[in-house]
Write a protein that binds this ligand. Sequence first.
Ligand SMILES: *[C@@H]1O[C@H](CO)[C@@H](O)[C@H](O)[C@H]1NC(C)=O
Ligand SMILES: *[C@@H]1O[C@H](CO)[C@@H](O)[C@H](O)[C@H]1NC(C)=O
Ligand SMILES: *[C@@H]1O[C@H](CO)[C@@H](O)[C@H](O)[C@H]1NC(C)=O
Ligand SMILES: *[C@@H]1O[C@H](CO)[C@@H](O)[C@H](O)[C@H]1NC(C)=O
Ligand SMILES: CC(=O)N[C@H]1CO[C@H](CO)[C@@H](O)[C@@H]1O
Length: 296
Amino acid sequence: MLTNSILTFILLAAAGEGTAIERRGNAAFTSYTALGDSYASGNGPTPLLKGPGDAACHRTQGSYPYQFNLKYRTRSSTFQFLACTATNTTEITEQVFDRHFGHPDLVTLDAGGNDGNFISNSLANCIAAEAVLNATAYEALCNAWIVQASALEQTLKPNISALIKKAQTHNLLRHQKRKVVVTGYAQPFNISGLPSDCPTTIPIPPLGPGNLADRVNLSVLALNAVIEAAAYENGALYADIDAAFDGHRVCDAGEDFFQTDSSAPNAALAHPTADGYLAVAEAVARALGLVGELAS
Ligand SMILES: *[C@@H]1O[C@H](CO)[C@@H](O)[C@H](O)[C@H]1NC(C)=O
Ligand SMILES: *[C@@H]1O[C@H](CO)[C@@H](O)[C@H](O)[C@H]1NC(C)=O
Ligand SMILES: *[C@@H]1O[C@H](CO)[C@@H](O)[C@H](O)[C@H]1NC(C)=O
Ligand SMILES: *[C@@H]1O[C@H](CO)[C@@H](O)[C@H](O)[C@H]1NC(C)=O
Ligand SMILES: CC(=O)N[C@H]1CO[C@H](CO)[C@@H](O)[C@@H]1O
């Protein structure tokens, strides 16, 4: 993000005072379809969109596809938002066959976080359980889940790979391939964070190297490694969204990019905030080689 700010500064300086960066000429697509799970639908507190299925799928204005499309569309580009909360890789593959998939020249997707209930089990066993179990029972439960999660992760690649292939080729002639950007997930914790910077609204697993928060982070990194490998093997672009959360994780001094207040309306714990989703949109733009800063 720092690099981006410097770049923006240089571009602004070069353009001369008062000249806005022309983003529209930058558009990477004329037709964009967004697939994925709740990280893509944008589960969270910003307004729900009002199209068919948007409410059931928790598609929001804060989501990264919505924010990305808003900044990078041209007047004539079309946008199909098919991402849906709680979908696993098999179900996201079905989104490709939705009649609204269309003939996009750009597809973004994420997948894997709901296979075997990866995210919800991580939340339940490694975060929420701390509030109801003693330390020994909690550590045992979270550790057992992490072992199960890493075994699960190893099975995901062929399915994510098949999804990427379908997204690249569906509705195209043989040998044609469209641009697909695949995103991963973000490590929730700064394991070196100060306890005084941790939110008080959720239980926090023990921080520090080797402790549970560290192991939760590692399981996200392992999931990302599988997703990234599937993307590269198929010639898709991988957007590393995790790096964009540095300084904004749970227990960081800076603004949290994760929703941590379960009492907020439509809160979706373990999901990014609108600013977090914006950071994801920026990571997608960078993967596509688009210049300019989305954040205002
Ligand atoms: C994916 O979701 C389908 C439909 O809900 C379910 O039958 C299947 O078991 C799930 N697969 C995984 C790996 O979670
Ligand atoms: C912790 O909880 C488990 C199961 O709930 C129980 O078997 C165990 O005795 C408890 N240990 C301590 C130290 O309280
Ligand atoms: C992968 O896909 C196969 C075939 O659709 C399915 O049976 C299996 O449950 C999937 N595995 C995972 C981990 O999603
Ligand atoms: C984690 O938090 C510590 C203490 O606030 C800070 O010094 C460090 O830079 C943070 N780590 C990252 C990767 O931002
Ligand atoms: C942000 C953060 O603290 N990440 C850590 C999560 O755990 C891995 C594995 O130990 C560390 O390498 C990261 O620095």
